[in-house]
Design a protein around this ligand. Structure first.
Ligand SMILES: *[C@@H]1O[C@H](CO)[C@@H](O)[C@H](O)[C@H]1NC(C)=O
Ligand SMILES: *[C@@H]1O[C@H](CO)[C@@H](O)[C@H](O)[C@H]1NC(C)=O
Ligand SMILES: *[C@@H]1O[C@H](CO)[C@@H](O)[C@H](O)[C@H]1NC(C)=O
Length: 187
């Protein structure tokens, strides 16, 4: 009896470990470039994944945000240092030009009708780049130093249209309004 319950207990642990690693598909993902990240999360909506490495000495974080997208759509990932949700978030937006090259830049989101054009962020950000491959857009960036600790509200977004190099409004219902959570870069 003792041995049976222990066997069941151990099986459950193995099973839950297996299910957890199955659920975290991001852990199996290898970047085609030489980017490597220590941590990742499959995000709850918009078929999106966040990969990151937190660097304690410089209080900075190297991130990759990737999401399924059509060639003519746009993606965005943001951290919000002073609130939650869209307003006040410091975003990076990416989309593909018609000639195939990627456009990626920071943009502050200060209203529900933001310009979505390039602008400075209050958080130091560097080495921004983006790729489009296998129906996924990916944003790479370094953020930091992050002087307020390692826990942030982050927000991610996607839209189907870019007009005159300006990403157009995203859907305002369903997954597009559920794309936010709190994240500890040390987790
Ligand atoms: C740190 O937090 C303060 C207070 O919320 C905020 O004003 C400031 O923008 C934050 N700085 C960074 C770099 O996140
Ligand atoms: C692609 O188009 C964009 C926008 O017109 C332009 O800024 C960029 O230089 C072009 N890239 C190439 C490789 O032609
Ligand atoms: C940022 O990019 C530059 C130029 O490619 C490179 O020299 C530097 O090492 C990069 N910074 C980080 C933190 O990777």
């Amino acid at each position: 009896m003792e041995i049976t319950s222990r066997a069941i207990f151990i099986s459950c642990i193995i099973l839950s470990f297996f299910l957890t690693s199955l659920a975290q598909t991001c852990k199996k993902y290898t970047f085609p470039s030489n980017h490597v990240f220590n941590s990742c999360r499959d995000l709850t909506v918009l078929d999106a994944h966040l990969h990151w490495t937190y660097l304690p000495p410089t209080k900075s974080v190297h991130i990759a945000y990737r999401a399924t997208q059509t060639p003519t759509g746009w993606i965005s990932w943001a951290i919000n240092p002073t609130g939650s949700g869209m307003i006040g978030s410091r975003a990076i937006v990416a989309f593909r030009h018609l000639n195939g090259s990627m456009n990626v830049y920071p943009t502050p989101i200060n209203s529900y009708n933001p310009s979505m054009s390039p602008g400075a962020l209050t958080i130091p950000i560097s080495n921004i780049s983006a790729t489009y491959a296998n129906k996924e857009m990916t944003i790479f960036a370094f953020l930091g130093p992050l002087v307020n600790g390692t826990t942030f509200n982050h927000v991610w977004q996607a839209g189907s249209t870019v007009s005159n190099s300006i990403p157009q409004i995203h859907s305002t219902s369903g997954p597009n309004v559920e794309s936010l959570e709190t994240l500890d870069f040390l987790s």
